[in-house]
Design a protein around this ligand. Structure first.
Ligand SMILES: Nc1ncnc2c1ncn2[C@@H]1O[C@H](COP(=O)(O)OP(=O)(O)OP(=O)(O)O)[C@@H](O)[C@H]1O
Ligand SMILES: [Mg+2]
Length: 420
């Protein structure tokens, strides 16, 4: 089951609000195939490290990206799934537990229905967070019935006690409100706000990778977003406030050139492994006011790059330790986002994580869409392909009715089929 919006049954829209670009994707989504109808990209001028710092500039950039996507797709965009990132995003585990009893006398064993599942969910949702934070996603990992662990779908099973473990992703309330406000002011109704890395996961990860264990590392301009899956479930997520822009800034600061030039040099000559590139003085640098060009080697520039990339990967390694996953094998590493385009990034990752590494590009695209299979579109394309999780708190205006059953729960069986 895919997100539907008002355009037509299978047409979905995702808006990725990144630090360097805002990307609006319109696609037609079928079971195993995505046809991208339009992608609009604009420079992101009002976002820093994943968070909105200038509302007006962000609105303008969203409008620009949406207009371009409308023109390319020939569709009028009115609603979208919107991505959120920033180092205010954090994750924790949450639990819920209830006794199963339906009336008097209480029988020994009772059948579990969607009502009990929703009650367990509501209990987990009532976890106390600081007043300035809100739940972004509450994703079930497993259900436990009378101490029997690992149950994926408890509906229809019998037991006396139902417990559930969830992965809870929270965010700063004002950061989420600002994103929502910008999208609304740009004339688009935000259907849900989704942690960007979950969007990327939907577009680049295979099911078997999530089952065996995988660390998705989305290296953007301002942040590196991490999502760790094991046994098919999200186990840990985190955002590191460093990305590809820090590398360009390092080059600019150390060599005293403009950020623009540093960005070009990084893309054209930079390598995440310094010893794999030439040490000849073949790059010409000129600072403002310099009379003549100075010369620098690819290797020297790449030394700066390797140092920063190593720092980022070491921080990711700390997050992997926090996930505390008991796997006999090293978790596979999938790099995506613009930062993964850096030359030899997968070789450096292989050395640091001592694991198999792949560059994640959006999968399932129609053949004609191959040109769009760049890791910079992973989040935007994933947002149109993000599964409809009935229990997922990413939906805006999620209503809890007084008896504790939320709207949308009617789809619970389909949700289980899709999610597990
Ligand atoms: N060919 C390339 N080589 C090296 N780096 C690249 C290349 N192309 C893009 N990048 C880097 O990728 C980064 C932008 O990636 P991306 O478009 O995924 O970021 P974003 O989504 O805008 O930002 P974020 O996710 O951090 O909010 C920039 O730092 C840019 O320098
Ligand atoms: Mg991004």
């Amino acid at each position: 089951m895919k997100i539907k919006n008002t355009l037509s049954n299978n047409i979905c829209v995702g808006i990725d609000i990144g630090t360097t670009k805002i990307c609006c994707v319109v696609g037609e989504v079928d079971l195993d195939n995505i046809e991208i109808l339009g992608i609009g990209v604009s420079n992101s001028n009002g976002v820093k490290k994943g968070s909105v710092i200038d509302i007006d500039k962000t609105i303008n950039s969203i409008e620009d990206a949406v207009n371009k996507a409308e023109k390319m797709s020939g569709k009028k965009i009115s609603e979208a799934t919107v991505g959120i990132s920033g180092d205010h995003i954090s994750s924790m585990s949450a639990q819920g537990a209830i006794a199963i009893s339906k009336g008097q006398p209480i029988s020994d064993e009772e059948e579990i229905s969607k009502l009990e599942v929703e009650q367990v969910l509501n209990q987990a949702r009532s976890v106390s967070l600081p007043s300035d934070r809100q739940i972004l996603h509450l994703i079930p990992q497993e259900f436990v019935i009378d101490q029997q662990h690992g149950i994926k779908n408890p509906i229809g099973m019998v037991g006396r006690r139902l417990e559930a473990n969830f992965h809870l992703i929270s965010c700063d309330t004002s950061a989420s409100k600002n994103i929502k406000k910008c999208v609304e002011e740009a004339g688009i109704k935000p259907l849900r706000i989704v942690y960007q890395s979950l969007g990327s996961a939907a577009s680049v990860l295979e099911k078997h990778e999530k089952d065996l264990g995988v660390v998705l590392i989305d290296i953007g301009g301002g942040t590196t977003d991490i999502c760790i899956f094991f046994e098919g479930e999200v186990r840990h997520s985190a955002v590191i406030g460093l990305g590809g822009n820090n590398i360009s800034n390092d080059i600019a600061a150390i060599t005293q050139i403009s950020k623009y030039e540093a960005e070009l040099i990084k893309r054209n000559y930079g390598s995440a492994k310094a010893n794999m590139v030439s040490d000849e003085l073949n790059i010409e640098l000129k600072s403002k006011g310099d009379e003549k060009y100075r010369k620098e080697s690819e290797r020297q520039i790449s030394n700066y790059i390797e140092a920063r990339m190593t720092e980022i990967f070491n921080m990711v390694n700390n997050e992997i330790q926090k996930a505390n996953i008991k796997s006999p094998y090293p978790l596979k590493i999938v790099l995506t986002g613009g930062g993964s385009l850096l030359k030899n990034s997968s070789i450096l990752a292989q050395e640091i994580f001592n694991s198999k590494v792949k560059i994640g590009i959006p999968k399932g695209l129609n053949k004609l869409d191959e040109i769009k299979s760049s890791p910079i579109y992973s989040t935007g394309i994933g947002l149109i392909n993000y599964p409809e999780l009935v229990f997922d708190d990413s939906k805006i205006n999620r209503k809890i009715v007084p008896n504790g059953i939320s709207k949308g729960v009617t789809n619970i069986i389909e949700w289980f089929k899709e999610f597990f």
